[in-house]
Design a protein around this ligand. Structure first.
Ligand code: IVH
Length: 679
């Protein structure tokens, strides 16, 4: 019979192996697939348990244990980069007591009296992905992800597209510098990105961190460029500074964005107070932070303190509790969007999460419902990050009592009864009812008058809904007939509650002001699938006039920068649809669509020329280069054709360069191009 001690030993060994397996699985999902399978809190708990077992049973520690390694091996598809100095992880503390213990241990290690003061720099822990930037001759030459801490992925081309990241350091910076920091996405931009993704039937991201990671780890830099990414610097390796604070101040003077609220304390009570203050303000920051990082301020002391396996002894992260709550899922409603996309919305029993009452949560799409296995009536764990729409994390299956009902995703549109189908590998189910679908029609009208479209003051979403329901406005052209329509209403608008003579006159005037509309706004207002503001502008700039836009062909469209086959398809399909043709001719009858006004380019040497950029540019991002070319009157195309005048070839130019050489197109280096435009 095994002794008690042996049994404990055996249990520990089994649990140790289990934990390693679970942590590896979670690491892979998080680092390589950018799709976490468990919450951060659950992950931290697994690691903590593993650390405790290893502390009690040191014989179980191996080199491969997750306690000794960081993250996951870099994914395939990116060049590997070995870090000059490992990119480490941080240990965590979860309470004031653990924080005090962290400081006590530091003092003990340094042989300081417990009453002696030690300066600690406190800064927000940004919830994004870490990135190392290497500058040579003050030029950004390399950017890498953390990877497994030793080797990361080469994301240089992608990082070149991020505006916050300096491409050149000022003259007072040393010739060589490695700066590290966090790439992240703001809440508002994350929500807008997800809306665009959803609309286009593409993957939606679970949170801003995943969206940032997914956007950076793209094999095509133009995808990264189209994503709203930001950066906060937090370290300068091998610096000549004396303190962490001095590093931050220097980085700031160089022009790097630095997170708000970085402070130095030498009193633990102040550190705690600071923690609560930052925690309270967390929801209003506009981006996710998941704790506070504490670093010993004095770099000489940091050096002395060194590292314990994968984390520095001189730093730790005080993690915030996740903003989660448990509530009941009352119903799942299906909303129908402008392009017919069916979106499930979870209706919840109201509950407070992080100081905000939440009664709706997003469920993204039908696959997500199936993946999470939620049923109506389930107790669900919901999570809210800042301003982002709350999400359902999981259903608490153990709380089921058998009354929960499975949700059957509809295959007909709840608004018009038309078939709702999924095409190809589209994750979104769409109503096929087109303009006969009232939900789509209302949403289209709302889009038509929205800020970047017709932007009619006094005609907001509520009024559009009300006018639609009463049949006052059914199509966009009706808006411009509102004054006439009003004469047939009984009672007319000015005699209704909430309206008066003046507000009605103001509304009519706002509508009249928009009877003449800029071409790009008009195109955007049509709400063609995948044609957002930027695409509309590009189309307007390329074709110049509405008459020309209507004649656009698929072959021409795909030649335009940023317009791919999918967008071109949707564009052509829109004009081919008889209902849309009716709407368009009705609009043409009541509107003046102004030709696109090309910027004044004076005697620019590249006015009217078609240029294509390829390869990695070093002096500026691709978007900046494009914008520059366009303001100089050039047309920027996405691929080389007979019409191309110049190909600007940066480093590592591939097939486009070859094609240009074959076609006899003039090829310019980045410097030659800059010289040509006089930059
Ligand atoms: S310092 C050796 N400072 O947290 C020091 N890291 O859990 C490690 N992070 O990989 C980095 N904000 O991605 C530091 N202000 C901050 C940070 C920060 C976010 C991330 C970073 C790191 C991870 C460690």
């Amino acid at each position: 019979m095994a002794s008690l001690f042996d049994l404990e030993q055996l249990d520990a060994k089994v649990r140790h192996a289990e934990l390693i397996k679970e942590i590896r699985k979670a690491d892979e999902a998080y680092y390589q697939k950018d799709t976490p399978e468990i919450t951060d809190a659950a992950y931290d708990a697994l690691r903590k348990e593993l650390e405790e077992i290893e502390a009690a049973h040191p014989e179980l520690v191996t080199k491969e244990s997750p306690t000794q390694t960081i993250g996951a091996k870099p994914a395939q598809g990116f060049k590997k980069i070995k870090h000059a100095k490992p990119m480490l992880s941080l240990s965590n503390v979860f309470s004031s007591a653990e924080l005090e213990n962290f400081i006590t241990k530091i003092k003990r290690f340094l042989n300081k009296h417990h009453l002696e003061k030690i300066e600690i720099l406190a800064e927000p822990k940004i919830d994004g992905l870490s990135c190392s930037l290497v500058y040579k001759n003050r030029k950004l030459v390399q950017a890498a992800t953390r990877g497994d801490g030793t080797e990361g992925e080469d994301i240089t081309a992608n990082v070149m597209t991020i505006g916050d990241i300096l491409k050149t350091l000022p003259d007072n910076a040393p010739e060589y510098a490695e700066i590290r920091g966090e790439i992240y996405m703001r809440h508002d931009e994350f929500a807008a990105l997800n809306a665009r993704q959803e609309e286009a039937g593409k993957q939606v991201f679970a949170n801003p961190r995943n969206a940032a990671a997914g956007s950076v780890r793209q094999l095509d830099p133009s995808v990264t460029e189209s994503r709203p990414l930001h950066f906060f610097a937090y370290s300068w390796e091998h610096s000549s500074c004396k303190t962490q604070k001095e590093i931050m101040d220097t980085l700031k003077t160089w022009g790097f964005p630095i997170a708000d609220g970085i402070k130095v304390f030498d009193d633990v009570e102040m550190i705690k107070r600071n923690y609560w203050k930052i925690l309270e303000g967390r929801a209003t920051l506009g981006y996710d932070i998941d704790g506070i990082v504490y670093k010993v301020n004095d770099l000489a002391l940091q050096e002395r303190l060194g590292f314990v396996s994968r984390a520095p002894r001189w730093a730790t992260a005080h993690k915030f509790p996740a903003e989660q709550a448990i509530t009941r899922l009352i119903a799942i409603d299906i909303q129908v969007g402008r392009t017919g996309a069916l979106t499930p919305v979870a209706r919840l029993e109201p509950v407070t999460v992080g100081g905000v009452v939440v009664s709706n949560a997003t469920l993204h799409n039908e696959d997500e419902i199936a993946r999470k296995g939620v049923r109506i009536g389930d107790w669900v764990k919901i999570q809210r990050a800042g301003d982002v729409i709350p999400q359902i994390v999981e259903a608490l299956i153990e709380k089921r009592d058998g009354t929960e009902k499975e949700f059957i995703y509809p295959d007909t549109c709840p608004a018009c009864g038309s078939a709702a189908i999924r095409e190809g590998d589209d994750v979104v189910r769409r109503c096929t009812g087109g303009l006969i679908c009232p939900a789509q029609a209302v949403e289209r009208l709302k889009h038509f008058v929205s800020r970047l479209a017709f932007d009619i003051e006094g005609l907001g979403t509520k009024i559009i809904e009300q006018f639609w329901e009463e049949g006052i406005i059914r199509t966009p052209a009706d808006i411009f007939k509102l004054a006439e329509i009003n004469q047939t209403l009984n009672p007319p608008l000015q005699d209704r509650e909430g309206w008066g003579e003046l507000s009605v006159q103001n509304l009519f005037k706002a509508i009249e002001d928009r009877r003449t509309i800029a071409l790009n706004r008009f195109i955007y207002a049509l709400g063609i699938r995948q044609v957002g503001e930027a695409t509309a502008k590009r189309l307007a700039a390329t074709y110049g006039a509405w008459e020309a836009i209507k004649q656009a062909t698929y072959e021409e469209l795909i030649e335009i920068e940023d317009i791919g086959p999918a967008v071109a398809d949707d564009f052509i399909a829109f004009f081919a649809e008889p209902h849309n043709q009716e709407v368009l001719s009705a609009l043409e009858a009541v509107l003046t669509i102004e030709p696109f006004e090309a910027p004044d380019v004076g005697d620019s040497p590249v006015a009217g020329k078609t240029v294509v950029f390829t390869g990695t540019l070093t002096q500026m991002t691709r978007s900046e280069a494009k914008a520059r070319a366009e303001t100089m009157g050039a047309k920027v195309a996405g691929s080389v054709s007979k019409k191309t005048d110049y190909l600007i070839a940066g480093a590592d130019s591939g097939s486009k360069l070859k094609k240009a050489q074959e076609a006899g197109v003039t090829v310019l280096t980045e410097d030659a191009w800059l010289a040509l435009i006089g930059a």
